[in-house]
Design a protein around this ligand. Sequence first.
Ligand SMILES: [Mn+2]
Length: 363
Amino acid sequence: MSRNTAEPAECNGKTLTQRRSDRFLNCLRSASRVTFVSHVNPDPDSLGSMLGLAHLVENRLAKPTRMTRDGHISRAENRAMVEHLEIELVPIEEIVWDPHEAIVMVDSQPNTGRHTFDAQLHLTAVIDHHETPGDLDEVDFVDVRPNLGATCTLVTRYLIEQEVPLPTRVATALFYGIETETCGYPREASPQDDNALQFLYPMTDKDLIAKIRNARLPHSHFECLLQALQSSFIYDKLIISWVDHLPQPEQAAEVVDFMVRFEKVDWAVCGGVYRDRLILSVRTSLPNAQAGEILRRVVGNLGKAGGHDRRAGGCIPLPSTSASAIDDMQAELRRRFLKVLKIDECRGHRLVPLREMLQNLQQ
Ligand SMILES: [Mn+2]
């Protein structure tokens, strides 16, 4: 059997069962080019998955590829990843689609409210690990594995199956993609994620990973955290933090990653205004909490939401960005969170009492 093509393996003239990576490559065979898309504000898992699959396609099919960016990459670590690993991304709005190219979506599913491009675009393949159900009927090849902690784990699997040598840059991107998705707390990782991390680790550039992990932070990062701390209210085992102006949509996630470590709560929610939208991020320290499902129930028809067992995110278009409209939306969401989490309607108390805040200012 030839190792240099993605032809199905043959034995005595019979085609053996194809592996998923074979089927993936086969559906790209007639394409003039392969373009990768992901969700808005692509994260390291999206970036690593695009880079890994582009490497696979170039190596096995010798086709040109391009990677895209939907929205901005603003989180400092993610920007550092793009910079240090020299990941070339074409802004999605600048793409001129060629009718013969194949479009592959990673780390997301069509029509889940996480993309700005034309929903009518035909996708050749979707490779993802989210539970959020997307419109997959028209997609030629689908590999969605919600049991995996990262899409990069699935991509690493494909590269191993196809015996593609990994340059340091690709291995580092895949490793960091898996690490960011699975090594935080609450940790949602499967043994396959750990195996992929172990496989990739010897091939990575450790100094580069340290640089990305500890990327320098902008002033707005600290302002946002301060505002979140000052606006946090505790309702039994839930803490809710509101931020009036999120410097970047991803910062809501940074707030809850920080707050969920508070020993007195099981749930951390952050709602922040970004342009004309309210961005929601949720973390829970409880296992089997179905955070994605909980947030979908809270958001309902106000917007879109989804996620994993212990981590979730959502987005609500605001009818107006006036202070009263934002207040109303916050009150409605607070009421819904308390109801869904079965917490008695209560006034809640501040994480930092007002008196203390004032005292700090006067000192
Ligand atoms: Mn992911």
